[in-house]
Design a protein around this ligand. Structure first.
Ligand SMILES: [Zn+2]
Length: 1014
């Protein structure tokens, strides 16, 4: 075969590349032992985590388990370290060969994260044994690891871990000798680090820390190890591709060959982004099955892509995934690759892009996708991942045009039949049935059904008829955390790795005093950027107390512009050195010295955490949705037909709908067993005390969705549905990714679910509530509403919720007591004051100077903890806010819509602050306590609304004095008809005035049809 040979080269090295990845996962295994945490927590011991294998008795056979890799791939140029244990012992050092590449990956994952301050200067940030906390990426304390250890940190946990590691490596060696067993490789890898279901190594390492020092206890051992491994794997793949030109060896000054020990600093990476636009399929779905079927097909497509990248060619690892985009690590060239005299080979990026595009086009064609996939390798190599979000955004923007490049739609050329109602491009062979989709669209619909019948969806439902509540209503809840600006690093601007004041207090000496606040540090850095004696003194102090990287490994000064390009340009979207003056440079350097950095491990953690937030909610939602007095709510039955009394023939896997008494009934016919499975809310048919034989002998008139003709079914008997299908949760997850959570629920459960989400968000994201907003949309609809209309409404809502600009809010009060700052704050366009509490103390009693900062309107740095972004924005600690301060907030909002007709989706939506939702719910509880009856309440409400119209113009604006008069009237009505007095009366009047009462009564009485007295 001629042509592009690179893929074959990688395939030949598959065992080596995956062995490198495994080494990367495990190179810090010693940190997964409680001794490591104790040692860092001030309890002196002789435990050295870099020797964890050696101190086992007998020693862990690390070398023996990996030696095969070197025998199989001897590699030229003295590439292997003397023994495999060096990968464990020396991962933080600087060496040659493959070890150098691991060190490069490790430094990127952990070095950037730790900021590489001089060790002595940051000792004060250590945690003690009494408080060894694992924190969330947003500063929420998750677990005191030594007080309340996860299984991993117990003696048994450690033994078990070693056993699993041994198995992993044994299996690796086996696969190494049978390198073409792709499925075997895939299972091996997914079993360890897979996301769904969660691999054992992912689970174990996620429960403990890689770094114990504040505030780096936000990244888990897994985030760091996994990302380091991904980078090591990609770097090794790059070296293999460059082949003989790769500079394993370099020439020294005298022209003699020597081992290249600068790989750690030189290695860079690119990002491979692959996508396929999900919007197109979502917008065209006629039935829910079209969409869930299409997203299943997209999922399978992405799984094939992952297999290709992670296992088949093994050049990278998945770093990000949502419903329509995947991003992987990819090899990159070292510095100077675009200049003459570059030492190294050519990675042929354009050819790679072409080759990969062809591969995935093949997958897309086999899946009969109507849109072409997207495939792009990032333009520039980098030493960080901050460019990943821009790559993902670019993919989304491109894919917004479904046919963004030439694409022959598979099956488009068939000429007979009517146009398929789903894809609108292919034709369906059946002339008679205009509703019938074309073959590929139909296959997507039924494929999902097959999976469900085999139990692949576990206990979740796929039937709207099962989800519908007692009033036959359903809710689509959609949520988003606005996580993208965290992934590109921009929202990290507000997070600190140290406060300048605390750092100075810890490190200042009488002889060499340090600047104690932001402005003086900026001028100090500016001095250091200059020339002369003063400059070199300042520079030397900065190097000793903040940035050891100002000297290179040979103790030579690194020029400022070079340092700037590494420290600032490659880790932010800052202007380049040449384009700004001395002031700008000093500001950027100062900012970058003390802000939390968007390290690859941390970015990985952000997106995992967003997804985990939704995953935890889904678990709660399942519980809430399944709670019912009537156990039939979550049961399914199998109905055996009586041949006498049943008419017609039944179609396999067809759904049949009818009514029994007052309740709807839906059944799925299974030809193989000649029976029907109930796929509806049985609690509507059966009372709690009814037995399963209740339906025996019943006669049902049934129709399919698309047919007018009814068939009769006589029930012979009923049985419990078989294992796996007998009990279910009335929940249909539509999408769950770091950027999206969409789920269908019984409408009656939706309010409690939203309550839970709001509480969970306020609890876990309290320190960043102003810049990590929760956006919630609820579309309520009767079961029979066309699904296309529901999806369109949800998409409109999501677009409306995606507010990208911040709003200015005004602080009206701020008080800090017992480590909590209570902030009263008001949005400028909204009357209501909002009370936000922000924890400002860490569990061990220290002040939290890392997370709770607000971007303020003020342009001046005024308090010791204040700092200023180079673009001028000032950030202020929560406790330093004062009444009258303007702060910039990305608001959390909620929108609700009741689609009692499909036309409702065109009506304007009303954005409300998330906290209003809770107030609206509280109001309903209050009314329930005081209003005498539902009838009285309804009467009072309609009287008030009726009167309002007379005081309002046709467009809803008040006539002069109208509002006051109307509120007086409302007060009188509440007083007389509901008998409420005092504070409750005033609350109702106020709620009538600001629209909350309308929302509360409408939502609870009209939409949910609940009664306060039920
Ligand atoms: Zn179609």
């Amino acid at each position: 075969m001629t042509g592009f040979q690179f893929p074959e080269t990688l395939r030949e090295h598959r065992p080596l590349l995956l062995a490198c990845e495994a080494i990367g996962w495990l190179h810090m295994t010693g940190k997964a032992k409680s001794d490591f945490l104790r040692g860092h927590g001030g309890q002196k011991s002789d435990y050295e985590y870099e020797k964890w294998d050696e101190i086992e008795n007998p020693p862990f056979p690390w070398n023996d388990l990996l030696n095969w890799a070197q025998t199989k791939f001897p590699l030229n140029g003295n590439v292997w370290p003397d023994t495999f244990t060096e990968f464990i012992r020396k991962h933080t050092k600087r060496d040659k060969g493959l070890l150098g590449l691991l060190q490069a990956g490790h430094a990127m994952a952990s070095g950037i994260e730790k900021q590489s301050f001089p060790p002595r200067t940051v000792e004060y940030l250590g945690q003690d044994v009494t408080h060894m906390w694992l924190s969330s990426a947003f500063g929420h304390p998750v677990r005191n690891l030594l007080d309340d250890p996860p299984e991993l940190l117990t003696e048994t946990g450690w033994k078990r871990l070693l056993e699993q590691v041994r198995n992993l490596l044994t299996e690796l060696e086996k696969l190494g000798s049978n390198a073409n067993d792709l499925d075997g490789w895939w299972r091996w890898r997914e079993g360890a680090v897979g996301i769904e279901p969660e691999g054992w190594l992912r689970k174990a390492f996620t429960s403990t820390l890689a770094e114990t020092r504040l505030p780096n206890n936000d990244v888990t051992l897994f985030d760091q190890s996994y990302v380091a491994a991904a980078l090591f794997k990609s770097a090794t793949a790059g070296a293999i591709l460059e082949g003989g030109s790769f500079p394993w060896m370099i020439k020294d000054k005298n022209g003699n060959e020597k081992a290249n020990d600068r790989l750690k600093q030189q290695t860079r990476w690119r990002i491979l982004t692959i996508g396929i636009g999900a919007d197109h399929y979502e917008a065209r779905a006629v039935k829910i099955g079209d969409w869930t079927g299409a997203s299943l097909a997209l999922d399978e497509f992405f799984t094939r892509v992952c297999k290709l990248v992670e296992v088949d060619l093994a050049f990278g690892s998945l770093l990000y995934r949502d419903g329509e985009v995947c991003a992987f690590s990819f090899p990159g060239e070292r510095f100077g690759h675009d200049q003459q005299g570059y030492q190294g080979g050519n990675l042929q990026i354009a050819d790679w892009e072409g080759w990969l595009t062809k591969q995935i086009d093949g997958y897309a064609r086999e899946a009969k996708f109507e849109t072409p996939p997207y495939c792009k390798i990032s333009e520039k190599p980098s030493r960080s991942l901050v460019g990943m979000t821009a790559e993902i955004r670019k993919a989304r923007e491109t894919m917004a045009v479904p046919l963004h490049r030439d694409w022959q739609i598979p099956g488009q050329d068939s000429s007979d039949g009517h146009v398929c109602p789903v894809c609108l491009v292919r034709r369906s062979r059946l002339r008679a049935d205009k509703q019938r989709p074309c073959d590929p669209c139909n296959a997507r619909r039924t494929h999902r059904l097959d999976g469900w019948l085999k139990g692949e969806f576990r206990s979740d439902s796929i039937w709207i008829s099962e989800v519908a509540d007692a009033n036959d209503r359903v809710a689509l809840i959609t949520m988003n955390l606005d996580i993208e600006p965290w992934l590109d690093g921009s929202r990290l601007d507000a997070l600190r790795t140290q406060s300048i004041a605390k750092w100075a207090a810890q490190n200042t000496t009488a002889k060499k005093p340090l600047p104690e606040d932001h402005d003086s540090l900026v001028s100090f850095v500016k001095t250091a950027l200059g020339t002369g004696n003063q400059a070199s003194q300042a520079r030397s102090l900065i190097q000793k107390k903040i940035a050891p990287g100002l000297k290179d490994e040979n103790d030579n000064d690194v020029p400022w512009d070079k340092f700037y390009s590494l420290m600032v340009e490659d880790r932010t979207d800052s202007p380049s050195w040449d384009r700004i003056d001395e002031n700008g440079r000093a500001r950027w350097l100062t900012h970058q010295f003390f802000r939390k950095l968007a390290s690859p491990g941390r970015i990985y953690r952000f997106q995992r955490q967003a997804e985990d937030f939704f995953k935890d909610l889904l678990v709660k939602f399942r519980e809430i949705a399944a709670a019912d007095l009537n156990r039939w709510r979550v049961r399914r039955l199998v109905i055996k037909p009586d041949r006498n009394g049943s008419t017609g023939s039944w179609e396999d896997q067809q759904t049949y709908n009818g009514r029994y008494g007052n309740a709807p009934i839906s059944l799925l016919y299974r030809k193989e067993d000649n029976d029907f499975l109930t796929i509806c809310n049985l609690a509507r048919l059966l009372e709690p005390e009814d037995g399963k034989d209740y339906l025996s002998g019943a006669s049902l008139d049934l129709k399919t969705d698309d047919s007018m003709e009814a068939k009769q079914l006589k029930v012979k008997s009923t049985e419990d549905a078989p294992e796996g299908l007998g009990v279910y949760h009335p929940v249909i997850p539509l999408e769950l990714s770091p950027v999206h959570f969409r789920v269908l629920l019984p409408l009656e459960a939706a309010s409690t679910c939203v309550d839970q989400a709001v509480h969970a968000w306020s609890d876990q994201f309290a320190r960043v509530w102003d810049r990590l907003p929760l956006r919630v949309g609820v579309v309520a609809f009767p079961r029979m509403t066309p699904f296309q209309a529901v999806i369109e409404a949800a998409r409109n809502m999501e677009a409306d919720l995606a507010v990208s600009e911040h709003k200015t809010w005004r602080v009206t009060g701020c008080e800090t007591r017992e480590g909590v700052t209570a902030l009263s704050i008001k949005s400028l366009d909204h009357q209501q004051e909002l009370l936000q509490t922000i924890p400002t103390r860490l569990p061990d009693g220290r002040e939290d100077v890392f997370y709770p900062y607000f971007a303020v309107e003020d342009k001046q740095v005024r308090f010791p903890l204040d700092f200023q972004h180079p673009d001028g924005r000032v950030f202020r600690h929560a406790k330093d806010l004062r009444s009258g301060d303007g702060v910039f907030v990305y608001p959390s909002i909620i929108e609700t819509l009741f689609m009692d007709s499909a036309k409702k989706r065109f009506e304007p939506l009303r954005r409300r602050q998330l906290t209003e939702w809770l107030r609206m719910r509280d109001l309903w509880r209050l009314i329930g306590r005081y209003a005498p009856s539902q009838t009285a309440l309804r009467g009072a409400w309609s009287e008030i609304i009726e009167r309002r119209e007379t005081w309002q113009g046709p467009d809803g604006t008040w006539l002069e004095g109208g509002k006051t008069a109307w509120l007086d009237f409302a007060r009188a009505v509440f007083h007389e008809r509901l008998g409420v007095r005092g504070a409750c009366l005033e609350t109702l009047v106020e709620a009538a005035g600001n629209g909350l009462l309308d929302w509360s009564l409408e939502w609870h009485m009209s939409v949910l049809k609940t009664s306060v007295w039920r």
